[in-house]
Design a protein around this ligand. Sequence first.
Ligand code: AMP
Ligand code: MG
Length: 495
Amino acid sequence: MADIEAIPFDNSYARLPDRFYARLAPTPVAEPGLIRLNEPLARHLGLDPENLKTSDGIAMLAGNHVPDGAAPLAMVYAGHQFGGWVPQLGDGRAILLGELIGSDGLRYDLQLKGAGRTPYSRGGDGRAWLGPVLREYILSEAMAALGIPTTRALAAVTTADRVIRELLYPGAVLTRIARSHLRVGTFQYFAARRDDDALMRLADYAIDRHDPDLKHVENPYLALLEAVVHRQAELVIRWLSVGFIHGVMNTDNMTISGETIDYGPCAFMDAYNPDRVFSSIDQYGRYAYQQQPAVAQWNLTQLATSLLPLIDNDRDTAATLAKDALGQFSEHFNTGWEQALRQKIGLAIEERTDLDLAHRLLTLMAENEADFTLVFRTLSDLAIEADITADQAFLDLFKAPHRAVEWLSDWRRRLGQETRSDLERQAHMKRINPAYIPRNHRVEDAIQAGLRDDFTPFEILIDVLSRPFDDQPDKKAYQAPPKPEEQVRKTFCGT
Ligand code: AMP
Ligand code: MG
């Protein structure tokens, strides 16, 4: 395979007009050191891991060396942050090095996060520190292993520079891989400037990159909106089904590709609470667990508004078409979420009362502060015949188990209508309900150890989370919720 200079970058975004970005190279860092390279992902991108581990490779991953084929740039975008309009944001601490075609034939962005100041940095220093870099690596790779669309982590690098936050922290750079970094906010940026030419270029670019099949339909821009609506509805269903709270669903953090992006204040819930919020800056619970479908829809409304000039020349016609497209969110979400719940409790046949059965369980879980992940995983172990010891493990998850006993017997009655064997159902449930999620206290441990220059907990955690659906008998401790003194109640933006 090729050396760093021969990496076959193909930089399509850099071929868009100048007003889409600012061209600039990353600002070098002191003494870059590789923490971890995602070797399977590197190979998927056609990169030789051995090459990336050389000093030239690490220099590229740190932003100290720009290979010949790269076309480094910072993308401009706008966005609504917590509902408030910000007319210009952009990559303030990230630089797109270029794009690569993966072994699947798909195009991927290779972006360095923490690469220094850009014209969009506003007051920021353009840097990332070790904590958020390790967090994003762990969380995004865990999401990928759960089969949920997400940006990925190719590499994490430490630097000898110190980054000033509440304290001084070691600097770090994350190499982020994404199907693209197009956001709802990218469309908003040009729409707000009434730059219809740029808007059309951007929409055509998005269609080429994410929905090439739509190029020849009657109204490609409406179809693009519908495609994003469907992808985002699907994504939120997948988040909810594993107890994930994104935490900062601003329109600049919502992708056109349907990938999860921005692992700042996100968290997986331990005890189920539909109103759960982790982010220290989300004071009003705008981005709470169960708000996520509504917020996604709100964000998509901003995308629809931006696309109006392209959807139809007549404003009213455009609005009617866009409204219909947005209406598909609820349909898609409701059907998909119902199906997800049915699968989580092991039902393959559709019955009218299934949703009620699932909701009763969720209510009991909330009332009893039951662990979201363990309830569904433990339920997979239960057979249609009651077994006192097996049942006990499930019931122990509820503070007051008597109503869970009732629920179990109703569940078993319902299982009587199923045609699958216990074994088939269990196998299926175990592919839906993970045993391992990136629990906050484990992530925090890995970060704290990393700050002491010990990356072993980080490595172990990534390894455990790479097989979230497998029973890993020697890693049972990683399934456990935090003890009261280990609980992480708040998360902070990864700045
Ligand atoms: P985020 O909260 O990560 O979605 O970032 C929101 C905006 O702030 C984006 O435009 C970022 O590029 C910018 N930003 C975040 N952190 C920094 C930083 N340390 N330096 C410069 N810009 C930043
Ligand atoms: Mg962001």
